[in-house]
Design a protein around this ligand. Structure first.
Ligand code: IPE
Ligand code: IPE
Ligand code: MG
Ligand code: MG
Length: 322
């Protein structure tokens, strides 16, 4: 695997819930030592990419940096680098694309917090972008982050060549559009204050979170010119852990607190959101998350030791404290 240099200070590492540590303690230690240098590399690159276009309008650049450079876990760019590593490349070879995925994720969070969507005033442990900069600027900063992401993808062409970059672009546009993240967000809003069912919930959660995680792994693997069968397996894994990630998000929203999570809790209930705990209770929600994690790890059993971080990551998604 690649040699990675620590380049910038960083936020707290990915951590497991104490009640889940048990036999997963070794997964936590291995995951932290795998992800930490990569998160630092990604944070440094994000800082660089967002300062390149400096200048006017100053407030727009400040809002974009505020949205991205806070205390994010960087799960998606880490997955993108991992997809590349599994296919014989390095995080550095796909860094613009990995950061593009984080910019798209950050844009989705800025818009998700807006009064018109979830109306949440806390994100990554500080005021949400619209609370700090106002709604107009938050909307436009989200738009500009999306656009900057595609600039980075164009830049990726210099490292990966035109054909793999076009394939990566296609994966990302599908994952973010009507059939992906945005589609999931719309169904999420439409399901508010309705009875709902598991099929709708599955649709929402796999698209809200699964589509971008699936795309992250597939983009890394595609840019590294991995074989199509491996790219497909990684996609399956990403889809399933994304779904589990969102179920655990619902659970943490009920059982954790804003200081630990860095975002509000119990808001899902007040907004009448369709969530797993609301539909099937906390215990069954955790079981379904476990089933999704098993589905994810089963999808990659044929991959060798280079795919071990996928196994530690699966364990993290289930047991995460934040
Ligand atoms: C939050 O994603 C939105 C969901 C899909 C649940 P993360 O939990 O990855 O958020 P950050 O990037 O660490 O803030
Ligand atoms: C956010 O989902 C998903 C996207 C932004 C695509 P949620 O609304 O459930 O997540 P949080 O709790 O605000 O992070
Ligand atoms: Mg939401
Ligand atoms: Mg939200």
């Amino acid at each position: 695997m690649s040699q990675i240099v620590d380049m910038s200070p960083d936020s707290a590492p990915l951590s497991f819930r104490p009640d889940y540590l048990g036999h997963r303690r070794s997964d936590e230690l291995k995951l932290v030592s795998y992800t930490e240098p990569r998160r630092r590399r990604i944070n440094h690159a994000l800082q660089q990419y967002l300062s390149e276009s400096g200048g006017r309008p100053k407030a727009l650049h400040e809002a974009m940096q505020y949205a991205v450079l806070g205390d994010g876990k960087r799960v998606r760019p880490v997955l993108c680098g991992l997809g590349a590593e599994i296919c014989g490349s390095k995080l550095d070879d796909v860094l613009p694309a990995a950061c593009a995925l984080e910019l798209i994720h950050a844009f989705s969070l800025v818009h998700d917090d807006l009064p018109a969507i979830d109306n949440d005033d806390l994100r990554r442990g500080r005021p949400s972008c619209h609370v700090k900069f106002g709604q107009a600027l938050a909307i436009l900063a989200g738009d500009a982050l999306f656009s900057r992401a595609f600039e980075l993808l164009v830049q990726q062409r210099q490292q990966s060549g035109p054909a793999p970059t076009m394939d990566a672009l296609q994966i990302i546009t599908e994952a973010t559009g009507t059939d992906g993240m945005v589609g999931g967000q719309v169904e999420d809003i439409c399901a508010e204050n309705k009875e709902g069912d598991l099929e709708t919930l599955e649709f929402i959660h796999s698209r809200k979170a699964g589509s971008l995680m699936r795309a992250s792994l597939m983009v890394g693997a595609t840019l590294a010119q991995g074989d199509p069968a491996t790219v497909e397996l990684l996609g399956k894994y990403g889809w399933a852990i994304g779904h589990a990630f969102q179920i655990v998000d619902d659970i943490l929203g009920e059982t954790s607190d804003p200081v630990s999570l860095g975002k509000p809790t119990l808001n899902d209930r007040t907004r009448g959101k369709l969530t797993y705990p609301r539909l099937v209770g906390l215990e069954r929600s955790q079981q379904i998350a476990e089933e999704k994690i098993t589905e994810a790890t089963n999808a990659v059993t044929t991959l060798g030791a280079e795919a071990d971080p996928l196994r530690w990551m699966a364990s993290y998604v289930l047991a995460r404290s934040k």
